[in-house]
Design a protein around this ligand. Structure first.
Ligand SMILES: Nc1ncnc2c1ncn2[C@@H]1O[C@H](COP(=O)(O)OP(=O)(O)OP(=O)(O)O)[C@@H](O)[C@H]1O
Ligand SMILES: O=P(O)(O)OC[C@H]1O[C@](O)(CO)[C@@H](O)[C@@H]1O
Ligand SMILES: [Mg+2]
Length: 567
């Protein structure tokens, strides 16, 4: 299968576009800096070739759809590497060293002589293996978008003693950071005999402002039992030029970057600069976010641990609520733009009567509002538990407090305390009605993200780290992640161009509503609007006017607008 950096619409498509008076699509014409002719010949002969192909009229709508779905910007388009196969198969590939270093040498993978791994039949991944982005298909579905499967390759692009690897952690804390650091160090050392591994201190700024720490399997031996990150982390401080200057000066050739959406954007910038300078360096992103808001991947590491720990806070809130007359327990959980922790913690607990997330707007007063629901629930049950994600209801607080928006060092909006605000609002409401009640507000957010990862997250972190190492050794640059249960190498632009959000028009949110019995706070028109928006992002054809989401769903039982694995 040929792969392509250059995506050109077929001539007749252009003709047709012109006839129809449509603008030419500039994205389709974007090109990478051209290789010299003899380099292009070599690159074309490589299995990771960066050759120019013309794509068929059939697949062009697919590529356009891919672009629309993932909001690829024009500047990103130059780095997009897409190829097509039969029946609408598309490979959204990750960059490789030979894209710009066609003379790069390969070596046999040292794992073939490793006493543990050499016994495994078919240990190496077939170079053509890919992982589908969408699992649920119908008989006549196109095969759709795929990502390159992660795993060890038969040949690698680095000799063991040539590797100089570094690891950095950025953004907020998350359970499992230390496990990933440990497994990167131990994996590089034990699987690939790499001995030069460095830790960058306190996030991106540590590349140019701190000493690099030497990491060995011994020095990281028991760090997975501790929360936080032994390397330190920070927000802000990303200076691409200074970072790459230091990578270049110190001869680093594998960069492992652990962090959330902002961090992966930073990793992409670093990759682009490395490529511009023609350096033989692999960049491997390991996505980290307690909010589980990274696009494409099934789930981020530490998320299970966070949901489990949140149960302890919800249990305490329940005990407090049950032990008072008209008792309310209110728990705030993390989730800046995405309410996954709140949703899963609610679904797991079964004691929660109301869950508020940023994706589902709500209102306080009047018919169908939150206060009316609380009053009703207290009448029925004499107690209630509310879980609120920190990003929920920010518009309501901003309106009532009229504060100016503030940002952290990375440019993220600083949130106002929804838990505290709700506590006051609820108290005031019952006071005005002369109803006795007690509310206890629990904010366990930093306690949740500071703990070590649980057993299942530890295994997940280990596998992610190993996949990252195999990919970097094989010369790829990517974000690693699990897609439909399989590890894959995902292009940076795919994980940074959208954010994973709770889909309030899919079955998971419906399950939550039916378990809490809370109102949806939405009109049927709102629900249709949300569904249309979700379908637009998922690049599904718009519903015909006059057909609402519920009607369409009953026509098409298999319809799923979920971004990550609705069951
Ligand atoms: N668009 C960007 N380009 C380059 N670097 C960025 C970009 N956005 C953020 N960064 C850098 O990435 C690092 C982490 O970003 P941020 O603080 O937003 O955390 P995050 O990785 O998104 O993790 P979290 O899940 O905690 O939000 C910071 O050092 C920041 O400077
Ligand atoms: O207080 P900090 O360290 O900026 O982190 C808070 C943010 O970090 C996150 O946990 C994401 O990592 C968000 O949920 C939260 O808003
Ligand atoms: Mg972020």
């Amino acid at each position: 299968m040929a792969s392509s950096h250059i995506i050109l619409p077929p001539d007749d498509d252009e003709e047709e576009q012109r006839r129809r008076g449509e603008d030419e699509d500039p994205w389709a014409r974007s090109v990478l800096p051209p290789l010299a002719p003899e380099q292009a010949m070599k690159a074309a002969a490589s299995p990771f070739s960066a050759t120019c192909v013309r794509i068929s009229r059939d697949s062009y709508p697919n590529l356009r759809a891919l672009r629309n779905a993932s909001s690829v910007s024009l500047s990103d388009a130059a780095y997009v590497k897409i190829s097509e196969g039969d029946f609408g198969y598309i490979l959204d590939d990750v960059p490789h060293l030979v894209d710009y270093l066609p003379d790069a040498l390969t070596y046999p993978n040292p794992l073939q002589d490793h006493p543990a791994y050499s016994t495994v039949r078919q240990y190496f991944v077939n170079e053509d293996d890919t992982v589908p982005q969408k699992m649920v298909v119908q008989k006549n579905s196109r095969r759709g978008v795929h990502f390159r499967r992660a795993g060890p390759r038969q040949r690698v692009y680095f000799e063991s003693d040539e590797v100089k690897a570094c690891i950095v952690t950025c953004g907020g804390l998350c359970p499992g950071l230390n496990t990933v650091i440990r497994e990167l160090v131990c994996g590089l050392s034990h699987m690939y005999n790499v001995s030069k591994i460095y830790g960058i201190q306190n996030g991106y700024k540590g590349f140019y402002s701190s000493n690099y720490l030497t990491l060995t399997p011994k020095s990281v031996d028991d760090i997975h039992k501790r929360g936080g990150t032994i390397l330190g982390t920070s927000r802000g401080g990303h200076d691409t030029k200074k970072i790459v200057d230091n990578i270049q000066d110190r001869g680093i050739n594998q960069v492992y970057i652990i962090g959330g959406d902002g961090t992966q954007k930073g990793a992409y910038e670093i990759y682009k600069e490395i490529r511009k300078r023609g350096l033989k360096v692999s960049v491997a992103g390991v996505p980290k976010t307690i909010d589980n808001d990274i696009a494409i991947i099934d789930k981020s590491f530490g998320f299970d641990t966070a949901v489990e720990e949140a149960q302890r806070a919800i249990d305490s809130a329940h005990v407090e609520a049950c032990s008072a007359e008209n008792g309310i327990g209110l728990v705030k959980l993390m989730g800046r733009y995405s309410g996954f922790i709140a949703m899963y913690a609610t679904l797991a607990s079964r004691d929660v009567d109301c869950c508020l997330v940023p994706e589902s707007p709500f209102y306080m007063d009047g018919e169908g509002g939150l206060l009316q629901y609380i009053e009703k629930r207290l009448k029925e049950n004499k107690h209630m538990v509310i879980v609120v994600a920190e990003g929920a209801g920010q518009d309501l607080i901003a309106k009532s407090l009229s504060t100016s928006e503030q940002q952290d060092a990375s440019g993220n909006k600083l949130l106002l305390d929804i838990g505290l605000w709700l506590t006051h609002k609820i108290k005031d409401y019952f006071k005005s009605k002369k109803v006795e009640m007690t509310i206890k507000y629990i904010d366990p957010t930093y306690m949740i993200r500071a703990i070590p990862s649980n057993a299942s997250d530890n295994v997940y972190c280990t596998l992610l780290s190993h996949s990252a190492i195999h990919g970097a050794m094989a010369g790829y640059s990517f974000t690693v992640g699990m897609v439909n249960g399989r590890h894959a190498y995902i292009p940076f632009y795919r994980v940074t161009s959208t954010r994973n959000k709770v889909n309030i028009t899919d079955r998971m949110w419906a399950r939550l509503l039916s378990s809490t019995n809370q109102p949806s706070f939405m009109s049927l028109e709102d629900i249709d609007d949300q569904a249309r928006e979700t379908d637009r992002i998922a690049n599904k054809p718009p519903l015909p006017t006059g057909i609402n989401h519920r009607a369409a769903n009953s026509l098409d039982q298999s319809a799923s607008s979920s971004t990550n694995g609705e069951i």
